[in-house]
Design a protein around this ligand. Structure first.
Ligand SMILES: [Zn+2]
Length: 165
């Protein structure tokens, strides 16, 4: 950076807004095992939850989240089940066992929107796999070197010759 003390802000070419909104929508999957004591059955399946959070992107390329992600739609898939004997019930004292949720990065949707005119702003990340800071391509300090595109913009970066070999 030329001058470390200078704050380089994004300014929208269309509406002049300096504020950028970040929208992060993702799905998590939790494997579970559930016991139906009455019918002596054990169900194995997955609980798929939809999450959404909103934040603001700072000049430091970091996000300040306005809210904690809240689960939205919940979907349950039963993959398998088996019968148990009444004498085995003691082994299933804990009725429902849920594993740690895993975020599905393939279906994750991240958007950067201009706060003023709500248009989609193309962006990349400073690290692979959506890691590190978020860099809108319209930021005055944007440089495609050492940046990874948000997957949705991969083709656009390819056309511009920005993809790293
Ligand atoms: Zn704008």
């Amino acid at each position: 950076m030329d001058n470390a003390n200078e704050v380089i802000s994004f300014t929208c070419n269309d509406c002049g807004s300096k504020k950028l909104i970040v929208l992060d929508k993702y799905w998590t999957t939790k494997k579970f095992e559930r016991v139906d004591k009455k019918n002596l059955k054990v169900y194995q399946g997955r609980l798929i939850e939809e999450w959404e959070r909103v934040g603001e992107l700072g000049d430091d390329h970091r996000v300040t989240w306005d809210n904690r992600a809240e689960p939205g739609a919940v979907e349950e898939e039963i993959d398998d089940w088996y019968d148990i004997d009444e004498s085995e019930l003691h082994k299933y004292r804990k009725r429902n066992v849920y594993q740690k949720p895993i975020t599905d990065e393939q279906t994750r949707e991240v958007y950067i929107l201009c706060w003023g005119c709500k248009r989609d702003i193309e962006f990349g990340w400073s690290h692979e796999n959506r890691g590190g800071g978020i860099w809108p391509v319209e930021s005055p300090d944007f440089n495609p070197r050492q940046k990874w595109p948000e997957p949705r913009y991969r083709e656009s970066w390819k056309e511009k010759g920005w993809l790293m070999p």
